[in-house]
Design a protein around this ligand. Structure first.
Ligand code: C2E
Ligand code: MG
Ligand code: MG
Ligand code: MG
Length: 294
């Protein structure tokens, strides 16, 4: 335990982090933090991105995908992003991880542009990255550098997914970041909407483009009248506020039909497509350019 505490100090982890779990779980987390740091130092071997399509319900076309990070650990196998993102946030590795994600996304966008596949990519950004005032500057610099280095290529069509916690953990800085990003053509969506302490009055003051309804309201939409009522009125409210609405976690045809009837703008979920690697997305896009059969 003494060694664990030493390591915790070395990594700048808060003590509450230690007290939360038993020794074994704690030591595993420390080890993972250490290994994630090394992985990032080596340029992200063991990490890769998968992409999940988002279908526009007006056109039945896929115009965008969400990038999700995967960590394939050599001994432990697949480690959930819910765990390693949290560890990265607590240890301060998150900025380097976020930079790796954007770098990888920009390269992928270039490949898709060359193949004439028109896709916007959405990237998740964690609170600890977003609450830094220079987040937007660093991202815009990274974007400019990647556009410049590719002759004749267009600017990357990009959107960010943030939770309300991400934005509100420091509202002033969060809003300044959002302004700067949107002024530079980057869209902003609120992820996992409806979870936690989201409030309707908050929504009115958040200058974003899109609401992503949390999958906990969508997974059982076909059988839960209560979820149907919540989703229906949230869509209405969002539209009144000029926001687009995406539903995540659509797993069956019945839920898709309900969302269509409620005027939801787009959907994402296993029913349409699971998150898959970029090459598979390319093939999938060639095969399913139009999704009228859904
Ligand atoms: P999220 O942004 O809300 O992403 C949606 C999650 O739901 C993903 O889990 C996705 O695989 C899963 N999902 C998609 N469709 C369905 C469906 O129809 N049914 C069900 N049951 N699940 C579905 P995943 O990939 O495990 O990611 C979990 C969370 O980790 C993400 O939630 C996001 O908050 C975070 N995350 C993932 N990659 C990154 C990243 O690169 N950066 C940051 N900051 N966070 C990330
Ligand atoms: Mg997301
Ligand atoms: Mg999320
Ligand atoms: Mg979610």
């Amino acid at each position: 335990a003494t060694i664990a505490l030493e390591n915790a100090r070395r990594h700048g982890l808060p003590l509450k982090f230690y007290q939360q779990g038993n020794d074994e779980a704690y030591l595993r987390r420390l080890r993972l933090v250490d290994e994630l740091g090394q992985v990032l130092e080596r340029g992200g071997d063991q990490l890769y991105l998968v992409y999940q399509p988002k279908m526009d319900l007006m056109t039945n076309k896929v115009m965008a995908v969400e990038a999700l990070t995967r960590w394939q650990h050599p001994d432990e196998g697949f480690i959930s992003p819910d765990l390693f993102i949290e560890l990265a946030e607590q240890s301060g590795l998150i900025n380097r991880l976020t930079e790796w994600v954007f770098e990888t996304v920009f390269l992928q966008l270039q490949t898709w542009q060359q193949a004439r596949i028109d896709l916007e990519v959405a990237v998740n950004v964690a609170a600890t990255s977003f609450s830094s005032p220079d987040f937007s500057y660093r991202l815009l610099n990274q974007l400019a550098a990647s556009t410049q280095s590719r002759e004749g290529s267009q600017r990357a069509p990009l959107s960010l997914e943030l939770t309300e916690r991400d934005i509100l953990s420091n509202k002033e800085i969060g809003l300044a970041n959002i302004d700067r990003l949107r002024n530079n053509g980057i869209k902003v969506a609120i992820d996992d909407y409806g979870l936690g302490e989201s409030s309707l009055s908050q929504l009115k003051s958040l200058p974003v483009d899109e609401l992503k309804l949390d999958k906990s309201f969508i997974l059982n939409l076909d059988s839960s009248v209560r979820d149907q009522m919540i989703v229906k009125s949230t869509i209405q409210l969002a539209h009144d506020l000029n926001l687009k609405v995406v539903a995540e976690g659509v797993e069956n045809k019945a839920s898709l039909a309900l969302l269509r009837a409620m005027g939801c703008d787009s959907i994402q979920g296993y029913y349409l497509c699971k998150p898959i690697v970029a090459d598979e997305i390319t093939r999938w896009m060639e095969q399913y350019a139009y999704l009228d059969h859904l």
